[in-house]
Write a protein that binds this ligand. Structure first.
Ligand code: ADP
Ligand code: MG
Length: 375
């Protein structure tokens, strides 16, 4: 009989890569499926299938080699997961991906559950667009309902004229128009949903530049009340989605201290990368543990941590000297991507320290030195 012990990972990006690294360290074998033959995780997978996520032959191979399957990307067609679910265990479930890969379904889900989120209108046609002429409290943000990431597919609009232009430019018929929030802070909660129990990782405070995550600071500087409502909301989401696996909820704290859900990522998250060195158990280790039915274990912060993303912009017209010397508190992760495009996540580094402020100062200094390296 064939070895059916591989873990299937749908998606071979950096999240799949870091998962595969951890799984292999824990003695597991990973099968990666991705349409990009050059994808990061494919390069280290025990078995790599280079095919579309809908390829029936590829999915048959997944079923033949694996008892359990996970994902690193919310845009895996949910029908693929529905098909796999008939044959093997799939965490997270297809319904959670169906909801979170579509901003309209996601917002409606939150509304149904009575979970606070940004004020929004959903629009599915040009006629519906014209009902928005009545809006008074601009600005809003137009967001395509599918396939947006790192701020792509989003335009800020200050009046109805701008909305019409943005609608034309984005050339989609389905979108949400979201009130632009006066942000005090952005934070995120990664949670590891075991079958028995939800483990909450320390909350991260996130700084975005051009709508892309730039830096995460852990622990987030928030009071107990906010901490409590973040956990209550996260638990409610996990329970109502009947969720097993890693999830990340992105939150906005507005200028009146309201806690609003921004979006739900049904996977490990960039803002959780600090946990590799900052926590006793990282988000990737939890993912492996959940898939292998290992008992839940708490994740606590070992060190205050600052994580900084390295985007392709840093490589523009130059090679980077990423030799950080013998520093035992700086950890570099590169994702083995061949081409450094603007805005593309190429790697990250995490600085750990007894004091968050010193980690932050060190991280900024290092980042600025990379940014200012001569051409
Ligand atoms: P993505 O899928 O690209 O991460 P998000 O909806 O999370 O999409 O938007 C990316 C970033 O843009 C957010 O983290 C936040 O900084 C900013 N942003 C998005 N929506 C709003 C909003 N309604 N009000 C204020 N800022 C927003
Ligand atoms: Mg986001």
């Amino acid at each position: 009989m064939r070895n059916k012990n591989l873990i299937a990972m749908l998606g071979g990006g950096q999240l799949g890569l870091m998962f595969t690294e951890k799984a292999q360290m824990m003695g597991e074998e990973v099968l990666v499926l991705d349409p990009d033959k050059d994808c990061p995780a494919g390069k280290i997978a025990n078995k790599f299938i280079n095919a579309e996520f809908t390829d029936s032959k590829a999915l048959e191979t997944v079923i033949n080699y694996c008892e359990v399957c996970t994902t690193e990307f919310e845009n895996i067609p949910y029908k693929t997961l529905e098909l796999l679910e008939k044959n093997i265990e799939v965490f997270p479930n297809s319904n959670s991906l169906k909801i979170t890969q579509n901003r309209i379904l996601e917002k409606e889900f939150l509304k149904e559950q009575g979970i606070p989120t940004t004020e929004y209108y959903k629009i599915n046609s040009k006629q519906e667009l014209y009902t928005l002429e009545k809006i008074k409290n601009w600005p809003y943000i137009l967001k395509t309902s599918t396939f947006g990431y790192d701020g792509k597919g989003q335009v800020i609009v200050n009046n109805f004229e701008e909305l019409k232009n943005a609608y034309k430019k984005l050339n989609v018929t389905s979108f949400v128009l979201e009130k632009k929030v006066n942000l005090k802070k952005e934070i995120s909660q990664v949670a590891a949903c075991y079958k028995e129990k939800v483990i909450y990782l320390p909350i991260s405070e996130n700084i975005h530049v051009n709508n892309i995550l730039h830096k995460s600071l852990i622990p987030a500087d928030i009071n107990d009340k906010i901490n409590k409502s973040v956990q209550t909301i996260t638990e409610k989401i996990c329970v109502s989605l009947n969720y097993t696996g890693i999830i990340c909820i992105e939150f906005f704290i507005d200028d009146k201290n309201n806690v609003l859900v921004n979006e739900i990522a049904p996977r490990t998250h960039n803002s959780g990368h600090y946990s590799i060195e900052g926590c006793n158990i990282s988000q990737f280790e939890h993912q492996v543990r959940i898939l292998k039915n290992l008992p839940p274990q708490d994740s606590h912060l070992k060190y205050n941590s600052v994580m900084l993303n390295l985007l392709g912009d840093l490589w523009e017209n130059k090679s980077l000297d990423l030799n950080f010397g013998n520093n035992k508190d700086i950890f570099l992760h590169l994702y083995n991507k061949t081409i450094a495009k603007k805005g593309r996540k190429m790697g990250h580094f995490t600085v750990v320290d007894k004091f968050l402020n010193s980690a932050n100062v060190k991280a900024d200094k290092l980042y600025n030195s990379l940014k200012n390296e001569k051409l």
